[in-house]
Design a binder for this molecule. Structure first.
Ligand code: GLN
Length: 380
């Protein structure tokens, strides 16, 4: 394996899902729903395939999807963007992140992450030869330590990567935090790469897109995808919205990474994004009910549960159960209890910082969530 990837192991999600299968454990680890997306979206994909939309798509997106993304972004943020010059369709948000980093970051540039951070960020930054710095969000509220961020910014800082609502903590960045981050970015001429794939799962607080703050659109790449919002994580349709001077760089990387994304799935994605408002209201309501079941269950089991305001994840402190760290706890949980969670230490530059925390997902049907809680009540 190339040196730039030597330190990265099989992703924690793959490892844990394999163990779930091997031990017949209930998988509250990797974040994928155990139910399917809506029929009207699946039907649109079938019609697109039968209707002959099966050859290469336009590299930066099927026109109808670029338009649907622009319409949705306007509804959500009030921002009017040019679907031709400012939107690029990618193979999932993971590719949007990779294209953004590889297309806009030079070797030696510094990029700041908020830890715990989603694993692909660090690996992709490593492929780009970037220098990674991280600022730690700490329990109980995972507030953004703005003074630490200020000290971390140097003349070599090129970008700050924000993920809101935040995986794994369920934190939603507040207006105040985003305003402070925005001022720092403007003062220091720093870009924002904003991963907003859980924007429709913002439960107790409003989701704010950093690009919508004054002076920020011109320095922000906003990334999103279809997977979480439509329970279609296997479709891998994502996108990046950015002003033309940033879009140019990320499109160059996208052109040579994947060139284009699945044509019929893009057609169906356009139909999905035009879903009536009621779809988004129901999605949120269903997830809030699931969250309540899991959170109450985990508290009853004896965990210290940190509030999750968004995403389909919740982070807990496992130390009441006496295991030496998060990995040891998760191993015990799989083998002896039959439930899978994700150890969080892999989401920090220094794994020690995550040793007390594990992540559970509630993107499962209610029966599955209750069964997992029952197992933990019995055997933990
Ligand atoms: N985003 C999902 C999670 O955080 C997993 C994606 C993956 O398996 N790479 O659980």
């Amino acid at each position: 394996v190339a040196k730039r990837l030597e330190k990265f192991k099989t992703t924690i999600f793959t490892q844990m899902s394999m163990l779930a299968v091997k031990h017949g454990a209930i998988n509250l680890g990797q974040g994928f729903p155990n139910f399917d997306g809506p029929d009207f979206v699946k039907e649109a994909a079938i019609q697109a395939i039968k209707g002959g939309k099966n050859q290469y798509a336009r590299g930066y997106g099927v026109p109808d999807l670029n338009n649907a993304i622009a319409e949705r972004f306007k509804k959500d943020t009030g921002l009017v963007v040019d679907p031709e010059k400012e939107i690029t369709v990618t193979s999932g948000c993971t590719e949007a992140i990779a294209a953004t980093i590889l297309g806009l970051i030079n070797p030696g540039d510094e990029v700041i992450l908020f830890a715990p951070f989603y694993d692909s960020y660090e690996a992709t930054l490593s492929m780009a030869g970037a220098k990674v710095k991280s600022i730690t969000l700490r329990p109980p509220d995972f507030a953004a330590p703005i003074e630490e961020l200020k000290s971390a910014i140097s003349k070599n800082t090129r970008a700050i990567l924000i993920n809101t609502p935040h995986n794994p903590t369920g934190k939603i960045f507040t207006q105040e935090e985003l305003n402070s981050i925005a001022s720092l970015c403007i003062e220091n001429d720093v870009l924002v790469f904003s991963d907003e794939v859980y924007d429709k799962l913002a439960f107790d607080m409003e989701h704010i897109s950093p690009a919508s703050l004054p002076g920020m659109f011109e320095r922000t790449v906003t990334m999103n995808s279809l997977g979480k919002t439509f329970s279609l994580t296997g479709w891998k349709i994502g996108w990046a919205i950015a002003p033309p001077h940033l879009t140019w760089g990320l499109r160059q990387a996208h052109s040579f990474l994947t060139f284009a994304t699945s044509t019929p799935m893009q057609s169906a994605a356009a139909a999905a994004l035009r879903a009536p408002d009621s779809y988004f209201v129901e999605l949120k309501r269903d997830y809030m009910a699931k969250r309540a079941i899991l959170v109450e269950g985990l508290e009853a089991v004896g965990f210290k549960v940190f509030p999750s305001n968004g995403t389909y994840f919740v982070v807990v402190d496992h130390t009441p159960f006496g295991h030496k760290n998060d990995v040891a706890f998760c191993e015990y949980l799989i083998k002896e209890v039959g439930v899978v969670a994700i150890p969080t230490s892999v989401f920090y530059l220094n794994p020690e910082d995550g040793k007390n925390l594990v992540r559970f997902t509630f993107c499962k049907d209610e029966g599955t969530l209750r069964a997992a809680v029952e197992r933990m009540k019995e055997k933990l």
